[in-house]
Design a protein around this ligand. Structure first.
Ligand code: DUC
Ligand code: ZN
Length: 457
């Protein structure tokens, strides 16, 4: 199939210019003025932005949360991704205690294979570090996994400082990158124990149990360890001004630090936990939503080009049947919010429309930078001849409202319910196939595993 997209605004991290874009089969073959292709289907893209397909650096599909799995599996999660303009996702494979990395990777391949509708790759969460696992890092690279995740908090997923140091050194030797969930577990446990002595049934206790100081302390410690290891590191879901200050300080001293934030930290704030009854459970995630001043600080970081990516940490649980696990104990509310479907539109509306940033930064944060850092560039992350024809035709004038009732993701609510947005993905091409139009899937597509190369810049 051939498509000729006429007079679109071709966006990159450097800006945009007007041109035609020709897709042949799975690839972009040409960009230029007044292109012609006799047998191509012509699409008028005048006044529309053409973005390289968006990459979500942070999803948890089909995640085992103990009593149940997340509401979205790879089928519904990746369909939702496509509906919003995201053509590639990087999900988190998690090693169980006693398991090899290869076994964990195989499990995730079984979950995603044949189900995923957009392209997908895996980060590997190491939870059981030992000499045999060290030896596996080379195999992982051969199998296309070059990025890792560590938890400084979170029960039995946690690794200690010594392990973090060793893993940072080992992954750097393999030219990979480590992303870290930064929260201090001692602070969280201490405050939680105190809070649980009183009324423990309200979601409003959740943010109090995980203060920004817990994030900042962990980021500080991680950056000390990364400096000692001589390794770059990625701070995932950065949520607070205190944490951002730690990133700034270490960069000033010459350290290479990547930072990801998420739409929930850019658009929502902790006043939502005060909603009556159990309603605040909809927003329970870790780290929690922060204060207005944190939201403002993160947007300032966006406008100064200080962040590297905006991923979602999409981890969806139904309000009715899953979040309710914590109805009488806030610590049992499964943590996570959905976002994979709405991230591009939220970023466009609250970032670009509001004048906080521009389309070039949107392209950098949602597509190009993730593709580079995670070894997928220039196959992904850029509109150029030879790149995969993952193309988002973005209508900057479309006005619409986010509603759970009409969303594609398979969860019974959205934290963004009722938000009126301007701008949306009008057409979404996945490797040359038109997969979605105006928020709906229009053709079933098969996602392909992204075997990734080493870290780029
Ligand atoms: N935070 C969440 O809220 N859910 C899944 C994992 C995470 O880091
Ligand atoms: Zn996560």
């Amino acid at each position: 199939m051939k498509y000729l997209l006429r007079n679109g605004r071709i966006v990159s991290s450097a800006g945009w210019y007007e041109a035609d874009l020709l897709i042949e089969g799975e690839k972009i073959v040409q960009l230029g003025e007044r292109l012609s292709a006799r047998d191509a289907q012509v699409i008028d893209a005048a006044g529309k932005y053409l973005f390289p397909g968006f990459v979500d650096t942070h999803t948890h599909f089909d995640l085992d949360a103990g009593d149940f799995h997340t509401a979205d599996d790879f089928a519904s999660g990746t369909r939702a991704a496509l509906a919003g303009g995201t053509t590639s996702v990087l999900d988190f494979t998690t090693q169980e205690k006693g398991e090899s990395l290869k076994q964990a990777l195989d499990r995730w391949h079984r979950m995603a294979g044949g189900k995923a509708c957009c392209d997908y790759g895996f980060h590997m969460s190491i939870t059981d570090w030992n000499p045999a696992v060290r030896l596996e890092l080379k195999d992982m690279a051969r199998l296309g996994v070059t990025s890792y995740k560590l938890y400084m908090a979170y029960g039995n997923l946690m690794v200690n400082d010594r392990e973090i140091l060793e893993i940072l050194e080992a992954v750097e030797e393999e030219n990979g990158i480590v992303g870290v969930h930064c929260e201090n577990p001692g602070i969280i446990q201490g405050i939680t124990a105190k809070l649980k002595r009183g009324e423990k049934n309200s979601p409003r206790l959740h943010p109090r149990s995980r203060p920004a100081e817990a994030e900042a302390e962990a980021i500080h410690r991680l950056l000390v360890l990364a400096r000692l290891a001589g390794a770059p590191v990625n701070i995932v879901h950065l949520s607070s001004l205190l944490g951002l200050r730690e990133v700034r300080r270490s960069r000033k001293e010459g350290q290479q630090v990547f930072a990801e934030t998420c739409p929930q930290y850019l658009v929502l704030d902790d006043s939502l936990y005060e909603r009556p009854g159990f309603a605040g459970a909809a927003y329970v995630c870790a780290p929690p939503l922060r204060k207005r001043e944190d939201v403002k600080a993160l947007w300032e970081a966006v406008s100064r080009g200080e962040l590297d990516m905006v991923g979602t940490d999409h981890c969806s649980f139904h309000m009715d049947s899953q979040k309710t696990r914590g109805i009488s104990d806030f610590t049992r509310i499964p943590g996570g919010v959905p976002g994979v479907e709405h991230r591009p539109a939220l970023f466009y509306h609250f970032g670009v429309n509001s004048g906080r940033t521009g389309v070039e930064e949107m392209c950098r944060l949602l597509s190009e930078r993730p593709a580079r850092i995670f070894g997928m560039y220039p196959k992904k992350g850029v509109l150029a001849p030879g790149s995969d024809a993952d193309v988002v035709v973005w209508d900057p004038a479309a006005e619409w409202t986010i509603r759970a009732a009409s969303q594609v993701q398979n969860v019974d609510y959205t934290p963004y319910e009722g938000m009126e947005l301007k701008g949306r993905a009008e057409k979404v091409f996945l490797r040359g196939r038109l997969a979605a139009e105006n928020g709906r899937i229009c053709q079933e597509t098969k996602g392909r595993y992204l075997s990734r190369g080493g870290r780029g810049l």
